[in-house]
Design a protein around this ligand. Structure first.
Ligand SMILES: C[S@@+](CC[C@H](N)C(=O)[O-])C[C@H]1O[C@@H](n2cnc3c(N)ncnc32)[C@H](O)[C@@H]1O
Length: 326
């Protein structure tokens, strides 16, 4: 993917930008800023091919191997000493962060569709976003007052603003994940990689991941291996009669090159399905172009959309949702 930012930008710039984005993790902010200024580490990272230069991958490898995470000579010594296994892990693994918390943003939109649903997720990782009917929820307003809650474990917490659909649990009668590298929630090595992808200083996310993995491992959602553009029509063709087919993708299109994103959107729009997407604000041009000029001054985040129409701005991990005016 030579044209992608991760493949094309200088490594120091990638880490400087990551430090900006990682405000919620002071540890990654510090380590990333330090890497951006540390030539011996940059030289090693510069040997990684294409998309493997994505900071999240190297940082997750540091977590996986329990590197010392204090910027400085101990860390640069550790990296030089462990570079071979770190590099192997990076070449073997992908950024497949699977965040059950996003279901707090997805659930109300799915619940508003006529059920029961057949949910197909493109880029399903370990399948945690395929289980919006199996978690507990607490939606609250900015003052911390509960707006709605549903029992279950883990409880996915989400701060809401604006006026959106009812906060409810969707009825999912059938589900299928499509991923070019499906992870197994019951496999300890896959679970360890997913845990490594969670940033330091985010203990609540780590707890949520453990609980969601346990739910998925007990009854793993079916997943098929394959490229989204090739497999999606096959997946949709498997939907049993009488169900409402919904294609969902979250934090997946943004990893595709622009032309493939457009092809994926064209493909979904050509299928007899509803389309729910949760992606970076500018990831899908045709959705971003439809966002009303609302003077938004909050942090950049993601756009939640139904059938290509933006419904809400959301936090990266489902921690907040702001419904757009209709
Ligand atoms: C960052 S994860 C997001 C997982 C999940 N949707 C979530 O929001 O928690 C992106 C997933 O998309 C998958 N993926 C990326 N490009 C793909 C493609 N072209 N076809 C199929 N899967 C793809 C990756 O393997 C990975 O599991």
């Amino acid at each position: 993917m030579p044209g992608h930012y991760f493949a094309a930008a200088p490594v120091a710039a990638l880490y400087r930008r990551f430090a900006e984005e990682a405000r919620s993790s002071p540890t990654w902010q510090g380590v990333s800023s330090w890497i951006a200024e540390t030539d011996p580490v940059l030289e090693l990272l510069d040997t990684l091919p294409g998309m493997k230069r994505q900071p999240n991958l190297f940082l997750a490898a540091l977590r996986y191997f329990e590197a010392p995470l204090q910027p400085g000579p101990d860390l640069s010594g550790w990296i030089a000493e462990h570079w071979t296994p770190v590099r192997e892990l990076i070449l073997q693994r992908e950024t497949q962060t699977n965040e059950a918390g996003r279901c707090a943003v997805l659930a109300p939109v799915l619940a508003a569709l006529p059920g029961p649903l057949a949910l197909i997720e493109v880029g399903s990782s370990a399948g945690l976003c395929l289980l919006p009917d199996r978690y507990g929820y607490r939606w609250s307003d900015r003052a911390g007052r509960t707006v709605a809650e549903l029992p279950g474990e883990p409880v996915l917490e989400c701060v809401v603003s604006g006026s959106g659909p009812a906060y409810a649990r969707p009825e999912v009668a059938w589900r299928l994940g499509v991923d070019r590298n499906p992870l197994d929630p019951a496999d300890p090595a896959d679970a360890r990689w997913l845990e490594s992808l969670v940033w330091p200083d985010q203990d609540e996310r780590q707890r949520r991941l453990h609980a969601a993995l346990a739910i998925a491992a007990a009854q793993p959602p079916p997943r098929i291996r394959g490229e989204a553009l090739e497999m999606l029509p096959t997946a949709v063709a498997q939907v049993p009669a009488g169900l409402t087919p919904v294609v969902l993708h979250s934090f997946t299109a943004m990893y595709l090159p622009r032309e493939d994103r457009d092809r994926l959107c064209d493909l979904i729009e050509s299928l007899p399905v509803h389309w729910v997407s949760l992606e970076g604000e500018r990831a899908i041009g045709r959705i971003a172009d439809r966002v009303p000029a609302d003077g938004w001054s909050g942090p950049p985040g993601t756009l939640l959309a139904l059938d290509g129409h933006p419904l809400a701005r959301a936090g990266w991990h489902g921690e907040r949702v702001h419904w757009l005016a209709p």
